[in-house]
Write a protein that binds this ligand. Structure first.
Ligand code: AVJ
Length: 319
């Protein structure tokens, strides 16, 4: 890659040590769990991109449709020449829907996957030479130093993809409080939120016929084997995803097809047949439900954009 004058990359190294520590703690817990952020190594990020292309997985294409269809209106709401911070930027398709209309002064993408981040952020620096791009590889669910932003800058946070669905509703409050502090008075948050809908539709989206979601889920086992030297049989575990209607969330698990074990650094975890590891929650909200959650930490809903089938929503919130 040739040097781009408007591009910087800061690697805060979301470390393998964290992965080991969290996996050991999660396998020792009852019920067993591994946080969904560990899906996203290079292979996992590519598998996620492949999920977004599956016919059953409606969120990505619906959100992109909303961003494309309402780009100018969204930019007017958010305000131009902003310091634009993107959480979990991953793929660059969504931000590209907004850049022409939004014309930010600078763009600060944050993502846990280094290669993915470098590729997408440098591409934006190349295509938008007037935008200063400062990318940070980081686990944004922990505290970290953001690159310094001029105090007078107008700040906007973009949090697409309904990644907010991965947080427990109580933790969403903490996340939104943190974002509110980051953008300050007059700042905006543009956030994608997947909506409650027919459970069959949700079930299909997380159980695609091609088995890409299953591979994505299983990738965390592969990571444990390759990065942590875990002894395990990937084929002993099956993808299990379902909509938990009482809690309003999709749950993903890796379920033991037979009695098996995982051994890491001399520690052994035994699984009876049917026992699992809980790998993801993906909460779904009604439009009003999410608005109330945001209001509880001081956000005012300025506007919500929804597709005609009410599958997905994009909220513009003001502090
Ligand atoms: C990236 C968290 C929004 O919950 O739909 C896709 C991740 N997991 N298929 C989602 C995911 C399984 C995705 N988010």
């Amino acid at each position: 890659m040739s040097a781009l004058p408007n591009f910087e990359l800061h690697d805060l190294k979301p470390a393998v040590a964290d992965f080991r520590r969290e996996v050991l703690a999660g396998l020792a817990a009852t019920p067993r769990r591994i946080a969904p952020k560990f899906f996203y190594d290079a292979a996992g990020s590519h598998l996620f991109d492949a999920i977004t292309q599956q016919p059953e997985y409606y969120p990505t294409r619906t959100e992109i449709g909303l961003l494309r269809g309402h780009g100018v209106e969204i930019a007017e709401r958010l305000g131009r020449q902003a310091a634009l911070i993107e959480l979990g930027s991953g793929s660059d398709i969504k931000i590209r829907c907004l850049l022409d209309a939004l014309r930010p002064a600078e763009y600060l993408p944050l993502d846990i996957s280094l290669d993915h981040l470098r590729e997408s952020a440098s591409g934006i620096a190349r295509d938008y030479p007037q935008v200063r791009v400062r990318a940070t590889c980081v686990d944004y669910t922990r505290e970290f130093p953001l690159p310094p932003i001029a105090p007078e800058a107008h700040r906007v946070v973009f949090y697409p993809g309904s990644s907010v669905g991965n947080f427990e509703p109580s933790d969403v409050r903490d996340l939104l409080r943190w974002v509110a502090g980051m953008v300050g008075p007059g700042g905006r948050l543009l956030i994608g939120v997947d909506l409650k809908k027919d459970p069959a539709r949700l079930h299909a989206a997380y159980n695609d016929a091609a088995g890409v979601t299953a591979a994505f889920n299983g990738n965390v086992l592969t990571r444990m084997a390759t990065e942590l030297g875990a002894k395990l049989k990937v084929e002993d575990f099956a993808h299990h995803a379902f909509y938990n209607e009482a809690l309003g969330r999709i749950e993903m698990h890796l379920r033991a097809l037979r009695a098996t074990s995982i051994e890491i650094a001399g520690q052994r975890f035994d699984f009876a047949e049917g026992e699992g590891i809980h790998t993801e929650n993906s909460y779904k909200y009604c439009e009003e439900e999410f608005g109330a959650l945001a209001a509880s930490v001081g956000f005012v809903t300025e506007q919500v954009w929804c597709d005609a089938d009410r599958l997905f929503s994009v909220h513009c919130l003001r502090v």
